[in-house]
Design a protein around this ligand. Structure first.
Ligand SMILES: [Zn+2]
Length: 427
């Protein structure tokens, strides 16, 4: 299918992209989908009690003297591997089923099902999040994610395609370089999408390249939303400066066991109505793993499911008035660490690049002997001073005995989904 798509003229590709967009749009609307109880401004104990009761109804029998929360506490944790090896104990009979799979950065993918109903509920929450920033059905979206809509062989613009039904201009991650960034900015200035959405790595590269070439926008979008990858403060602020507007993020996974989204006051709130979220303590003080139990997927019950994603928690309430829990930061995946000679794992490595303003992109690669390559894409201002600063930063955080090298690349290879993986371990 993809092979044929590549051979079609651009106008026909636009029609196909739009038709695909239409089917997606229709699949997100389902009867009853707007009947979600919204309790984010209220106490949610009763709601959680009711929903947990429903979610756990087919699992281990419950001691009558136990509350549903106590019962939950005694249940074992699950994760991708446990679920994959015991599929039948998580599957349920349901109508209107959709197949889903997670790619999994470690190669451990998971195939499961969801329902059209659960899917439409998920979209209800996405839309509620956007409405906080006045983004509605009328807003066109400049979409900077991993979809391969432009054939890789194509070397002339346009490096984008249109989804007319979904109101999206889909930009190609693959074609963005210092030689083509002008076309991307011209296109934004021409179509002026009021909403920008994308992977942090894609938008960061776009902004770095455009800034280096002194390109600017001739309009101001309403808002930028980020998704799919961890977002650092540095990337957030660079993108906000360039687009001249605020930005926010929404965290969710394909399994649909937890959703966390920004509010108008800039805090990250747990979408408490969406699922039952537990923050599980980890070895690292103050860092918690996101564990979730899904509420709406009747075809596949994820219970106490460990996502492998981490948060730090905020200890104050948000000024927006929501009662839902507030998260300080959503941290990288658990693969985002390196292993030192003494066996200790070090994460949060993005801090190494915090003040490295002349580094356009970075990736850390550790091979199976422990040797580490810091892969850097530099901008034109990058000099020996930056290299020495980077070396000093690496040594100060990871120790003098670290066996490493700095390697300069023209670009960093993306995953199949177009994502930039920050840390890679050779298997
Ligand atoms: Zn808030």
């Amino acid at each position: 299918m993809e092979k044929y798509y590549q051979l079609l003229p651009i106008w026909l590709q636009n029609i196909l992209v739009s038709l695909y967009g239409l089917t997606l749009k229709l699949s997100r609307k389902f009867k009853d989908s707007c009947k979600v109880e919204e309790i984010e401004f209220q106490n949610m104990t009763e709601y959680h009690e009711k929903k947990l009761e429903y979610a756990l109804r087919k699992g281990a029998p419950r001691n009558e003297r136990e509350s549903i929360f106590e019962h939950y506490k005694n249940l074992p944790y699950t994760d991708k591997i446990i679920v994959r090896e015991n599929l039948s104990s998580f599957q349920r009979n349901a109508n209107n089923i959709i197949q889903r799979h997670t790619s999994g950065t470690t190669g451990a993918g998971l195939k499961f099902t969801t329902t059209k109903y659960a899917e439409s509920i998920m979209w209800f929450f996405f839309e509620r999040y956007r409405a906080r920033f006045s983004l509605g059905k009328r807003d066109w979206c400049g979409y900077f994610c991993g979809r391969t809509v432009v054939p890789s062989k194509s070397s002339t613009p346009p490096f984008w395609r249109f989804n007319y039904f979904g109101k999206q201009v889909l930009y190609s991650n693959y074609h963005l370089s210092s030689g083509t960034v002008q076309f991307y900015i011209d296109s934004l200035n021409r179509y002026q999408p009021s909403w920008i959405h994308g992977y942090p790595s894609f938008l960061n590269l776009l902004v770095s390249l455009a800034t280096e070439k002194k390109l600017a926008l001739n309009y101001t979008p309403k808002h930028v939303t980020f998704g799919s990858e961890s977002l650092s403060r540095e990337v957030k602020s660079c993108v906000e400066v360039f687009f001249g507007c605020t930005s926010s993020e929404l965290y969710c996974q394909t399994e649909g066991v937890a959703m966390i989204s920004s509010c108008e006051s800039g805090s990250l709130h747990v979408d408490e109505e969406f699922s039952y979220v537990e923050f599980k303590e980890t070895e690292q003080q103050g860092v918690y793993e996101i564990v979730g139990t899904s509420f709406f997927n009747d075809s596949f019950q994820f219970v106490k499911y460990r996502t492998g994603d981490f948060v730090t928690l905020a200890d104050t309430k948000c000024t927006c008035g929501r009662e839902s829990r507030v998260v300080e930061t959503i941290d990288g995946r658990k693969e985002d660490y390196i292993i030192l000679e003494n066996g200790s794992k070090v994460g949060r490595l993005d801090h190494i690049f915090k003040d490295m303003t002349n580094v356009t992109e970075a990736q850390i690669y550790q091979n199976n002997t422990g040797f580490i390559e810091f892969r850097i894409v530099k901008n034109t201002k990058y000099s020996l001073i930056d290299e020495n600063k980077l070396k000093a930063e690496i040594i100060s955080r990871l120790g003098k005995s670290l066996n490493f090298d700095i390697v300069y690349l023209k670009q960093i290879k993306r995953t199949k989904n177009g994502k930039l993986r920050f840390v890679i371990h050779e298997k």
